[in-house]
Design a protein around this ligand. Structure first.
Ligand code: SF4
Length: 61
């Protein structure tokens, strides 16, 4: 599984990094993907983070 953040859309709210800090980190007020591919044991949290993003900036593939 892979995660991508649309930096144009991301508002830097930090919610994804709160939910899944293994994968999402905030840098320069934007979320970035720290682990690609997403580790198997972080997939559930990563999905939850993507679903929780208020501006739908996270894409899962
Ligand atoms: S939850 Fe969405 S808007 Fe907030 S930091 Fe993460 S990617 Fe950006």
């Amino acid at each position: 599984m892979r995660a991508m953040v649309d930096e144009e859309t991301c508002t830097g709210c930090g919610l994804c990094a709160d939910i899944c800090p293994e994968v999402f980190v905030l840098q320069d007020d934007k979320a970035q993907v720290a682990q690609d591919p997403v580790p198997a044991d972080s997939e559930e949290d990563c999905r939850e983070a993507a679903e929780s993003c208020p501006v739908e900036a996270i894409q899962i593939s």
